[in-house]
Design a protein around this ligand. Sequence first.
Ligand code: NOJ
Length: 753
Amino acid sequence: MRGKYLLLSAIAFVSGLRFSSAQIKYPYRNANLSIEKRITDLLSRMTLDEKVGQLNQLNSGPLTGPEAGNGKGPKEMLQQIRDGKVGSLLNVVGAVETGNIQKIAVTESRLGIPLLFALDVIHGYKTIFPIPIAESCSWDPDLAEKCASAAAKEASASGLHWTFAPMMDLTRDPRWGRVMEGAGEDPYLGGVFAAARVRGFQGNLDNNHLLACVKHFAGYGAAESGREYNTVDISRYNLWNMYLPPYKAAVDAGAATVMNSFNIVDGIPASANKYLNTEVLRKKWKFRGFMVSDWSSFSEMINHGFAENKIDAAEKAILSGSQMDMESGVFIQHLKTLISSKKVPQKLLDNAVRDILYYKFKLGLFDNPYKYHNENHEKSVQLSSEMHELSKQASCKSMVLLKNENGTLPLDKNIKNILVVGNLATNRSASLDFWSAKGDTNQVTTYLAGIKSKFAKSEISFSEGYNEKNRFSTETENDMLTKAQKADVVIAVIGISGKLAGEARSLADIAPASGQMEMLRKLHSSGKKVIVLVHAARPMILTDVLPMSSSILYCWIGGTEMGAALAEILAGDYNPSAKLTMSFPHAVGQIPVYYNSFNTGRPHVDGRDGPDDFWVSRYRDIPNAALFPFGFGLSYTSWEYSNLELSSHNMDKNGSITCTLYVKNKGPLDGEEIVQLYIRDVSASYVRPIKELKSFKKLYFKAGESKKVEFTITPSMLSFYDPEGNTLLESGSFTVFVGKNSKEVQEASFVLK
Ligand code: NOJ
């Protein structure tokens, strides 16, 4: 299968023809006319088959889902392109390869309509940036925008026009393998990152950028038990207030496309959910781009028990407002019949074709179809030194310091002997995740390589500890403990291979493997200081790791320069500033645990255990709160928050008040702090969360510096949605919380009149 697109491209190359002069004189080819006029002209010339063809997207490279679609070889696929039966291909890459296929579409099909080439460019194309959840821990949307833009630059140079990103599914369940692709558990922060990534990918839609795709619409992150593709059951109230805001932010940022999700919403698969696809997306949010299904999600409605057969699936999908069909082939097989028999209004098809053609014109593909296919440009932009540098910076800003007892970190640059332990310190094949596009694990600076190059004067030894299968043996134990004896500090890498991160990679057990824990126990009993690095694409259960470590640095999966970034942090050349965007559970049984929960009628305060603390909403074996809360992250310096004040204790519905406080860098090092503002609506017509992030500021402080920090509280921060998506702003008491994370806060209150 992997060679399929090469073969496709080779066949395409030998069969290329030229534009016919007849094609050139058509109005839709006239670049001086408006896009609207050109589309209208083109539509008037298209046959029903050609129109349906624009809604057909086929896989032409490695599979990223079950082989559901046309099941045909490259020759048949090229013939379909010649026949005008394909609108877009996914998974074919390379300036030359895509260019050869584009030539067929443009010169051999009757109307010469160019194809859109698409790929999952999630966090880099060749240069890989930190996984999106890691990047969200930077709380730096400008950084996310830059990384998305850099990824778009590399990918578009390889002939691509469209990425299936960003994913903004709100997630509260780290068992779900796709938490790595999002921005965590908060709707506001999720929206900020979604918009930034859309801006980064799309830019001004020139040939250094990509069309973005809002995915997966909607609620895909709420898969029950964190099991991939599983049922979703969210109330409309929760949907509007928690899950929809990030998609809306991306649509408002101008995202060109939206992808259906695999799940059901209110008992109806998203792919045929008229409420989502028409009422919310088109009518309420005024989305003007086009929709694409997820991989075979139209035909999967048969398995859901919602469609009788493929023709039924096609009818239900298009009637709901869905448009392009990724790989299930139900439109190409049945849409013509459905239109001819008037079961589906022709207008729906025409509108979908219009929406798709709009972007083909907008990208300039009718005027210069080959502008994405310059091999020299491809070579010059990919993996450049600027890309490597950006990847390193992003990785530095994404790693979260979770523990740092007695200032174990940063290490003394003149430290004599360091032992690095753990298979993941050197294992290249585990270094990147499934969604690393064309990233090459050989390009990755491993943790060990990063440490060796930064601490070049120190003696660095390595011991595998556990092996690739996470087994810890007596042989490795001896080697490890002998080396540990000589070491001034031990750096132990634990975690989960990148191969288990991403789609179809749900895990029921997200604690470190027993072999990794055995390794930690032995190291801990050796009496040495152990710095634990966690390489993982999801929050893990670190409850048993905490007592066995002096420091814990959550490295996530940091991309091409992860080892170099790690070394900057270990040496104190970068002072960690990242903070968690997802709560870390005490135990798997505590999932879902998230900070913006409701209070319940019988709330409990962790730590209290008097007679009144029995018949309350609590666990009897672990605390209610997360092990590490949302917004948590340490620095090598320390912070003091003081004097929280509101400009008034009353606010009008059309007014605003300001909230000020002082933040001081009390430590000896310069650093950045993320100051977080949360609000609670104390009593409302629908219960509101105990705290909701409404704003934040990431600020740089010199050592010893103090700053007055000011937030403006506006009515939009106090409003919420009813279950129908109407905005409510209700009078009453509100509490404002400001702090370094969602737990350690100061508070003040006011009344909205
Ligand atoms: C299925 C995934 O759910 C989606 O996110 C991805 O874009 C498509 N496959 C294409 O690879």
